[in-house]
Write a protein of this length. Structure first.
Length: 385
């Protein structure tokens, strides 16, 4: 089966992990801070805090921004459930903003309308989480302006988007946000097995995240309530978790980071081949925002209504051909857990309409042209009238 996405792991990556196993530290050694510094330098953020997943990173991001019961968090319905679950973990209310039908990202105009209504009702969100779907940045200038006007904080869910940029600023530089979050799950752009990273330019947010990823404990005398005593002393000053990244994960991530630019360039070359080969088929091809350089995590097409077969049949035919197509995403608000919170089908019609026609074609840095040609011929075969 040709997967929709997969990691590219080299012998150098493997050696980097093996070296850790022969070293003194399997966790909390030198590689985690080295990985943090390397990612921060790469994207131009002041601080990076490594954790064991992007889900943990989103949770800590919400906590350090003070999200709690009585607050609200808004995100895009066209995302993985982690983008909104982070709000629920904090006891906050969660709501969604419908997508722009061209980018499939949160629509800034829909966001403004919803903010104006919420302001009249006195129910403005504390945090908005734009998701850079498929690796293409959301309109961060527009969202940053709304944040200043309406007084909310911004967490970028950049799980798809390391290696991308918005108007020349690398995603993760937090030029228009408080925090950005990366995922290093194996299907994402670079991997550490499991892993995530919090990026911010705010030192206080970073130090709180560092405490919360390790039980809410500090050894910094300046942070202690009762400093002094023996050198063994640590203090628990918050209720944290064990969200730490291991040295093996950090070593893999560091080694992968060296290939990031090459991986994204390879994804662009493959996407350009899809663009060319599929342009006469009844498909809506991915639109590239001129201000955005996408990391191209996903290559999603929508089946036109006049196509000879629908999404279900196309999906099944491609799977039968050994092509591991997928669908991103089932709108979060239609999940049973969210229905139980009161959301209904019809609440976010553009995300729902997009979902009903979307299919993600295989795309990963090491995909061979032969594998891609197999996907292309299967699509032509299935969609020719
Ligand atoms: C993958 C993903 C996450 C969660 O990442 P993990 O590292 O697996 O926890 C969150 N948001 C989006 C948009 C994702 O694609």
């Amino acid at each position: 089966m040709i997967p929709y996405g997969r990691q590219s792991v080299s012998e150098k990556d493997i050696q980097a992990v093996v070296d850790v196993l022969r070293s003194d530290f399997l966790t909390q050694g030198p590689r985690v801070p080295a990985f943090e510094r390397a990612i921060a330098a790469h994207v131009g953020a002041k601080h990076a805090v490594a954790v064991n997943s992007a889900t943990s990173a989103l949770h800590l991001a919400c906590l350090v921004l003070g999200l709690g019961a009585g607050d609200a968090l808004w995100t895009s319905p066209n995302s993985f459930v982690a983008s909104s679950n982070c709000g629920l973990y904090c006891g906050a209310r969660v709501d969604f903003v419908d997508i722009d039908p061209r980018t499939y990202n949160m629509c800034p105009r829909a966001l403004r309308r919803k903010l104006e209504t919420a302001r009249s009702a006195g129910r403005l969100p504390k945090i908005v989480v734009p998701v850079h779907f498929s690796g293409q940045s959301s309109d961060m200038d527009a969202i940053g302006e709304l944040a200043r006007e309406f007084g909310f904080r911004v967490i970028e869910d950049a799980s798809h988007a390391i290696g991308g940029s918005w108007r020349g600023s690398p995603v993760g530089s937090c030029a228009h946000s408080d925090i950005a979050v990366f995922s290093f799950h194996p299907v994402k752009i670079i991997t550490s097995g499991e892993g995530g990273m919090i990026l911010t330019n705010d030192a206080a947010l970073a130090s709180r995240a560092i405490e919360l990823r390790s039980h809410g404990v500090t050894r910094d005398p300046d942070r202690m309530v009762r400093p002094g005593g023996g050198a063994w002393r640590y203090e628990q000053i918050g209720l944290g978790f064990n969200y730490r990244m291991t040295e093996m994960q950090a070593a893999l991530g560091l080694s992968q980071l060296e290939e990031l630019v090459r991986f994204v360039v390879a994804r662009h070359a493959l996407a350009a081949r899809y663009d060319e080969a599929l342009r006469d088929l009844p498909l809506v091809l991915p639109w590239r925002h001129p201000d955005s350089y996408s990391a191209l995590h996903l290559y999603v097409v929508q089946i036109e209504d006049h196509a000879p077969i629908g999404r279900m049949e196309l999906f099944e035919r491609l799977r039968e051909e050994g092509i591991g197509v997928n669908v991103h995403y089932i709108p979060i608000h239609t999940q049973p857990y969210y229905s139980a919170l009161g959301f209904q089908v019809g609440d976010f019609p553009l995300a729902e309409r997009y979902y009903s026609r979307a299919i993600s074609l295989p795309l990963y840095a090491d995909m061979s042209e032969a594998a891609q040609d197999h996907v292309i011929s299967a699509l032509i075969e299935a969609l020719r009238r």
